[in-house]
Design a protein. Structure first.
Length: 463
């Protein structure tokens, strides 16, 4: 499976795939509720051994139907010198298990109910499960849609309940695919489709992951709302533009400067597309608001540009990512300049997920090779610096990993990584990943400063 800018967007490409007349079943999507199997009403188009549960008629003419699906993921993970040698270590690694099942009921073109359950288990990790490792059994999603047709293909859909969110390339809003337990939100959303435009508006609370059975609940300390629009544009080669506003309120938010209530507004744009072998994905965000009695002024610029040699052996794609997020200028000043990535994907800079996108600069060359068509090798090298030497480094969940108050060093380190993915068929994928993080001056001055070795291997079965 060759990854392009199309695979990381939630709108235009999916709509085209849904309307395809191909006899091959469509690929599974990151957000399972975006899948559509209405085409299976035509029995002659059934070609997959799970098609029998993808379209279960609930009435005689088939406009009421039920779709069942799920996922099983078994993952082994090992760190040597995790967090550069600080804290409890795992001499033998540990096992993470994910089990998910969903039911999607369509009652004509205007009403729908989607329900999904999850179970995330952890075994053998020294120090116990991390916050995203374990959730014995809970409701991951449960929402209903009411769709109002407007004109021809235009429509307005109202959605209410527990739901996953993912926008753009999951830099700011994601379903948190890489960690064992995915992220969902409680709230409401409106989806407006007019011509080539899709516009979403939502007001939600992130759901807190708890380890028991049916004990997950909306986080009372956070509120999240926003408007997100995307459309293709003719002035860019094969291009599309996302425009968005996102609001976040957090109680007792912690940064290297201190802890206070945070009210943050983000306005941004994403420009992305692919043409004649080139793919590009550029994003720019400015943030403002308040942190305690101080003001927030933060920003980020991100880029991912590549070229695929489609006629060469192994169809190599050469890519370069370059990203920067602002850090706090002065911890003694009440104003805050640290960028908040909100709810980003978990493995932001590779599977080890040692560093997150706050107060950082990174340059990240990458090579993708389609070795056997269904066997993909990805190798990359990522170099990290602090954007501000007055701020610390943060994890993917905007969690402070190491204060920056005891070192003036800017260089954090670099990470070499190789991932091999084998797509055995539409349902089953095997993946193995190895990474080595070379600790830089900042880590050597503030932590034990040991290099990190990381290995993980997992099998994913979707239906």
């Amino acid at each position: 499976m060759r990854l392009t800018a199309c695979t990381v967007s939630f709108t235009i490409c999916q709509l085209k795939a849904d309307n395809s007349s191909t006899s091959q079943p469509p690929p599974f999507k990151q957000l399972r509720y975006d899948e559509s199997y209405a085409y299976l009403r035509d029995a002659s188009r059934r070609s997959d051994y799970f098609d029998a549960i993808k379209f279960i008629p609930l009435n005689t003419n088939g406009d009421w139907y039920l779709t069942l699906g799920g996922e099983i993921r078994e993952r082994y993970e090992y760190y040597h010198n995790n967090l550069w040698g600080r804290g409890p270590q795992d001499p033998n690694g540990y096992l993470l298990q994910r089990y998910m099942i969903h039911a999607d009921a369509h009652f004509g073109d205007y009403f729908r109910v989607f329900t999904q359950f999850k179970s995330g288990l952890e075994e053998g990790r020294n120090g116990g499960p991390r916050p995203t490792d374990r959730d014995d059994f809970d409701l991951n999603q449960a929402f209903f849609d009411v769709r109002v047709p407007l004109a021809e293909l235009d429509s307005l859909t109202f959605r209410a309940g527990r739901q996953e969110l993912a926008y753009g390339s999951s830099r700011l809003i994601s379903a948190r695919e890489a960690p064992n337990v995915r992220l969902s939100f409680d709230g409401v959303k409106a989806i407006l489709r007019i011509g080539d435009w899709r516009m979403d508006g939502f007001v939600v609370k992130p759901v807190r992951t708890r380890t028991g059975v049916f004990d997950d609940d909306p986080d009372p300390n956070q509120k999240f709302w926003g408007l997100y629009a995307v459309t293709p544009v003719s002035w860019l080669p094969g291009g599309n533009v996302d425009l968005y506003y996102l609001g976040l309120a957090r109680k007792n938010a912690r940064f290297d400067q201190g802890t206070a209530n945070e009210l943050r507004h983000s306005v941004g744009t994403r420009i992305w597309g692919h043409k004649a072998g080139w793919d590009y994905n550029l994003e720019f965000v400015y943030q403002f608001g308040s942190f305690g009695s101080g003001d927030i002024q933060a920003w980020t610029a991100a880029s991912d540009v590549g070229f695929t040699f489609a006629n060469a052996l192994f169809e190599p794609r050469l890519g370069l990512k370059a990203n920067v997020t602002s850090g706090d200028d002065n911890p003694s000043n009440r104003d805050l300049q640290t960028f908040n990535p909100l709810f980003p994907r978990g493995a932001y800079f590779g599977e080890p997920a040692l560093i997150g996108p706050a107060n950082h600069i990174d340059v990240h060359p990458q090579l993708d090779l389609a070795l056997l068509g269904n066997l993909i090798l990805t190798v990359n090298w990522d170099c990290f610096w602090r954007e501000s030497t007055h701020d610390g480094i943060y994890g993917p969940a905007v969690n402070l990993i190491q204060t920056g108050k005891t070192s003036d060093a800017r260089y954090v380190g670099n990470q070499a990584e190789a991932m091999l993915e084998w797509h055995l068929d539409r349902h089953l994928t095997f993946t193995a990943d190895y990474a080595h993080f070379f600790a830089g001056d900042f880590l050597k001055e503030t932590t034990p400063g040991k290099d990190v070795n990381y290995f993980s291997a997992w099998a994913t079965f979707r239906f």
